[in-house]
Design a protein around this ligand. Sequence first.
Ligand SMILES: Cc1cc2nc3c(=O)[nH]c(=O)nc-3n(C[C@H](O)[C@H](O)[C@H](O)COP(=O)(O)OP(=O)(O)OC[C@H]3O[C@@H](n4cnc5c(N)ncnc54)[C@H](O)[C@@H]3O)c2cc1C
Length: 359
Amino acid sequence: MREGLGPGPHGVRPVLGRAPSCPSQAGQAPLMMDEREEDADEEAWLQLRPVEPLPSQCCGSGCSPCVFDLYHRELARWEAARASKDRSLLSGEESQSCPSKLSPETFLAFCISAVDRLTEDTYRVRFALPRNCQFSLRPGQHLILRGKVDGLEIQRAYTPISPANAEGYFEVLIKRVRVPVRSPCVCSQCYPTGLMSRYVKSWGTGHTAFWRGPFGDFFYKANQYGELLMLASGTGLAPMVPILQSITDNAEDETFVTLVSCFKTFEGIYLKTFLQEQARFWNVRTFFVLSQENSLEKLPWSYREKTRFGRLAQGLIEELVGSCRRKPFALVCGSAEFTKDVARCLLCAGLAKDSYFLF
Ligand SMILES: Cc1cc2nc3c(=O)[nH]c(=O)nc-3n(C[C@H](O)[C@H](O)[C@H](O)COP(=O)(O)OP(=O)(O)OC[C@H]3O[C@@H](n4cnc5c(N)ncnc54)[C@H](O)[C@@H]3O)c2cc1C
């Protein structure tokens, strides 16, 4: 399937300058046929013209090439193909089924092999890679997913949580979000679901989804930092998972890790088993900050010492930075608001601007 080559904005173009088909002009019949053919051909080309994306179709992650770069590239390709009347020039971006390599520019089709519901609104989705091959993704990099809602093509970023060397699959954590609206009504049912969230609702095993990538500028190197202070909120945990796993999988990597995960409730914590297993490593500490809980007695014993209630604010960030065993480098991922607030707190806690990375 070609990307971005839906029907042109004009749909059916008015046919201009058509010669009248009266019998007296029978001698010009071949010319009339040519013109009609040309008109039909022009119409067919217009149907293949790439459609300019709307702002809501962009994933907003600043990826390169972005949906608008791809549009301009496809437009240039379409113009060249039309000028030389050669449709084969359009066929450079066919999506293969279950490819083994990613491309930042071209969407490729991957088949869903499993969908697990982790919490009320969050799913872990596994995609198959053929012949047990691996993606050349660095831990923490993200991909762009393409979806279609009400005929509108949209693109959004998601970060694989599978280990960078996972063979034969990759996994993403997808939260189905509701969009906050300015309205006197505050019940959650009144919030419309996000666009991609609506699209992924229909997914199941055997479905196909289209991805391009990888993107992301944080490249982790073993032993590069004394301690990584990971501060994540909700699905912001996603990039931390493969980075943490790459550290604990590598016996040569002696980086300390302090992972702080913020959720609303205990029920809402993702990947509990994985996080508990990681916390057993000598160099890993995990903490939880729950904004809508207030009773330690309701938590399992193994969580009580490492859970705080409320929000991840200045005081707690200073305490965390102060308790790091080596000079920390902070990784921050969550909503734009979370990321901005935490960055400000890190600066107040004495970290320099080059001592943290905001996903
Ligand atoms: C680099 C990057 C990596 C990302 N990785 C992941 C990932 O691994 N898993 C994942 O689920 N999402 C991830 N996201 C968010 C994802 O790209 C989409 O923004 C999200 O799924 C909402 O898309 P939508 O089309 O359903 O909502 P839209 O129709 O775009 O509406 C978005 C609205 O929902 C809010 N919103 C967006 N994300 C969240 C969220 N997680 N929690 C609460 N509110 C939110 C926004 O503030 C906005 O108001 C990532 C984003 C970026 C930029």
